[in-house]
Write a protein that binds this ligand. Structure first.
Ligand code: DC
Length: 335
């Protein structure tokens, strides 16, 4: 017999949250351990004392785990324990080396695993990095650091100051005088340039190429990478960019490289810009994206490149949910 453990957390004590969390946890345990349902003898849940609205055992039965014995217990209140947490033990009728599954921040319960972890997501423009990074960070209850926003803010500073962004010395002088800060409000990143929230302005299409050009300069890159390492050194986060897995955090715990066909990437950007009310020409946009990729991939310092140990995911024909699931499965495999 084998005992497999797992845990997950929920956002609020609501029946629907409990049902979904229990289903996801059990399905992940099943798939990670290649279990057949009739090999599960018993499932024992314990939940923290802030969970009252539904029995995890009932949720398991409803999720189709009906042929084994099920049991739920409530834990006493313990100072400093993880909030809204459901733990599980599965007793399985075969001898395997178990894959324990810890979802949604519950990984911190495993003291044998590092408590702080970083996820690097790199890839070209429009590959889906930022959407995925944001969702993944929310799912794992960790920070999302959009490193592109930092280069965009540098580019905005240079454009506003009337500095030629190709001129490294001029840009370098300017960088000494600007204050660039990344601040989080309700988990959302706000980028501040000299005290002004420029989070929206830096998304304007004309900033994209300027950000790519300014990011070629060593002085800019070093300054940005230092800031990014400082943030990632303090807390668990998902960072998306071009050089996270290769240069900024070569020791990141998990590394992914997302890509997609140029047509798909251009279409995604096109839809995004049109939704924001921009008038754009698809072919021009596609050309601009390819020119930016070329510039990002051929620069001398920390170019856009897949790290050797990054998992490559072509998102061209995948839904956001499929990409997210693939990433989470790969992370579980590594744990
Ligand atoms: O991810 P983005 O489109 O917001 O990035 C804008 C530009 O910034 C990108 O074309 C290259 C640069 N960049 C970089 O060189 N390294 C990063 N880690 C992130 C962005």
């Amino acid at each position: 017999m084998t005992v497999i453990r797992g845990a997950t957390t929920i956002g609020a004590d609501q029946p629907e949250e409990i049902r979904n969390a229990v289903r996801e946890l059990l399905e992940q345990i099943e798939s990670r351990n290649q279990l057949k349902r009739d090999e599960i003898l018993s499932i024992v849940f314990s939940s923290t004392s802030d969970i009252h609205s539904y029995y995890p055992a009932k949720a398991a039965r409803e999720a189709g785990f009906a042929s084994c014995s099920l049991f739920s217990a409530q834990e006493p209140e313990i100072d400093g324990s993880l909030a809204l947490c459901i733990r599980v033990m599965l007793f399985v009728e075969k001898n395997i080396s178990p894959h324990h599954v810890y979802l949604k921040g519950a990984r911190v319960l495993r003291k044998d695993l590092t408590e702080k972890f970083n996820i690097a997501i790199d890839g070209p423009a429009g590959s889906g990095k930022s959407t995925i990074a944001r969702l993944l960070a929310k799912d794992q209850k960790i920070l999302y650091l959009d490193t592109g926003a930092m280069y965009r803010a540098c580019a905005l500073a240079a454009l506003r100051a009337g500095i030629n962004i190709d001129n490294e010395a001029g840009v370098c002088d300017l960088m000494r005088t600007v204050s660039l800060n990344v601040v989080y409000e309700d988990g959302i990143q706000h980028t501040f340039l000299n005290g002004e929230d420029v989070s929206d302005v830096i998304r304007e299409p004309e900033i994209s190429m300027a950000a790519s050009t300014i990011s070629k300069h060593e002085s800019v890159r070093m300054k940005m990478a230092e800031k990014q390492r400082e943030i990632a050194g303090k807390m668990s986060c998902v960072l998306d960019g071009r050089d996270i897995g290769t240069f900024v955090l070569p020791d990141a715990d998990f590394k992914f490289f997302l890509t997609a066909s140029p047509e798909v990437r251009a279409q995604r950007r096109y839809d995004e810009l049109v939704a924001k009310g921009h008038r754009v020409d698809f072919e021009t946009l596609k050309h601009d994206i390819l020119a930016r990729d070329e510039q990002d991939a051929t620069r001398a310092i920390a170019p856009l490149k897949k790290a050797d140990d990054a998992v490559l995911i072509d998102t061209s024909d995948m839904t956001i949910d499929q990409v997210l699931r693939t990433i989470k499965n790969k992370m579980q495999e590594k744990i």
